[in-house]
Design a protein around this ligand. Sequence first.
Ligand SMILES: [Cu+2]
Length: 129
Amino acid sequence: MQRTTRSIPRIHIFAALFLASVLSIGCSSSHSKTGGGESVQVILDEYKISMPTTFPAGQTTFNITNTGEHKHGFKIKGNGIEQELTSGLASMESGELTATLVAGTYEVSCPMLGHSLLGMHLTVIATPR
Ligand SMILES: [Cu+2]
């Protein structure tokens, strides 16, 4: 019988790290201050966007991860601002979008065709500092 050395596939390590970060979102504040602004975690899935619905106005970096199986994107619109990820995120891919938000209400959605209608849209509020 042949002896084989079994190594843990890299993907499992990434999955474990990712799960750990998702779990930590659940039990701690999901936005935190970094350098110049606030960072907000966003999870995209079929067909919903999970993120805090209120966060402080100002420079905001959205750290976006697609945990779904399909390609998803991220768009934020409101108060004269309209920004979106330059490309969609494949399954388990992450991206970052930084926007300077004045206090007010914004519409967040997935720009992929039909996804907003399937539930990938959300109203969020940037609160005055
Ligand atoms: Cu989508």
